[in-house]
Write a protein that binds this ligand. Structure first.
Ligand SMILES: Nc1ncnc2c1ncn2[C@@H]1O[C@H](COP(=O)(O)OP(=O)(O)OP(=O)(O)O)[C@@H](O)[C@H]1O
Length: 324
């Protein structure tokens, strides 16, 4: 997990969404409200991740932030402007990586990049961008012959071409191999460290934990948890597991500070605790005093995955923070 104090990050709110709503279908039973009052703020130079299960409303929300659709309720400002109605002010300063790029497959990588650069104000040299996304050696390959991961890298390169102040990345590493994913993470970190504000959606919790300064979890069209990765995880208990020797009763384990009741399944004992260090210290002291060997001892804090699953399954009162 990366913690950081970025020099480029400021208090200026660059993406400001208030009570956004979006409906699909307009009549009777076909109507579906995919975004139900989403508010979020992202500061300049911040990397914000939007998580959620399939259909939670991430893409629908990001499209509102990108100005690709008009909200049915609420308002959004990007760089101080309405991205839908004031597109001319916002679009040149934003980069978008959509879930599918949609370029004609018979064009080569370099042709697509040159075409996109020709439509973009202040475009970076195409060769530099292809180098950044590790596609320089594939410049003469037709787009339809690229692998899934290479296509995503091309989409990312196109999103970067205009040196955007704000970058929207919708599932940027889907289909990439582990090396491609790591390279992309580094590229995104570099951009953020140069002062680019990044909002990304992802299904990879490791990606969110690695990259995001703050994140929000969506469920059924709403933000149900928001904060740093550490804040979201802190709302969930740590876990200590071990096996007792044959003949040793789980009832012999003393009450431990900060911990709930031990749960025993045969010799295997699990203890959940809100104070991992204090609980573990007392447990180890008891084991030393009594000479009990705690086999297969394992102690760990909750992971972002556990926090996510608890929120997604409605088992959690996770924090919904704010930018203030
Ligand atoms: N064009 C559309 N017409 C009707 N319903 C739609 C449309 N696009 C999305 N939806 C519905 O809106 C809800 C939210 O979809 P959305 O794609 O925003 O979710 P998501 O969180 O991005 O999902 P995923 O992780 O699967 O990409 C879903 O129930 C989806 O079926």
């Amino acid at each position: 997990m990366t913690a950081r104090a970025p020099e480029q990050q400021t208090d200026e709110v660059v993406i400001d969404a208030q009570e956004l709503r979006r409906r699909y279908g307009t009549r009777g039973r076909t109507e579906h409200e995919a975004v139900r009052g989403v508010s979020l703020q992202v500061r300049r130079g911040e990397l914000f991740a939007l998580l959620g299960t399939n259909g939670a409303g991430k893409t629908s929300t990001v499209e509102l932030l990108e100005g690709l659709a008009l909200p049915h309720g609420g308002q959004v400002r990007v760089l101080g402007h309405d991205p839908y109605r004031q597109r001319a002010q916002v679009r040149p300063r934003t980069g978008m990586m959509l879930q599918s790029g949609g370029f004609p497959g018979d064009l080569t990588v370099a042709e697509v990049a040159r075409f996109w650069a020709s439509c973009t104000q202040g475009a970076q040299p195409v060769a530099e961008v292809l180098e950044k996304v590790r596609l320089a050696h594939r410049r003469n390959v037709r787009v339809k012959q690229l692998s899934g991961g290479e296509s995503r890298r091309l989409d990312l390169g196109l999103a970067l071409i205009g040196r955007p102040d704000v970058l929207f990345l919708d599932e940027p590493t889907t289909g990439m191999d582990p090396e491609g994913r790591r390279d992309t993470w580094q590229l995104v970190r570099d951009l953020r460290d140069e002062g680019t504000t990044v909002l990304l959606t992802t299904h990879y919790l490791e990606e969110a934990a690695e990259l995001a300064d703050r994140l929000a979890i969506m469920k059924e069209g709403r933000v149900v948890a928001e904060g740093t990765s550490a804040e979201l995880v802190a709302a969930h208990p740590s876990r200590i597991c071990f096996e007792l020797p044959d003949g040793q009763s789980p009832e012999s384990v003393p009450a431990l500070p900060g911990a709930g009741q031990p749960v025993a399944r045969g010799r295997h004992v699990t203890i959940e605790t809100g104070s991992l260090q204090a609980t573990l210290t007392r447990l180890l002291a008891w084991a030393a005093e009594t000479g009990v060997a705690l086999e297969r001892l394992d102690a760990r804090s909750a992971s972002l995955e556990e926090a996510f699953l608890a929120v997604a399954e409605g088992r959690s009162d996770a924090p919904v923070g704010s930018v203030a």
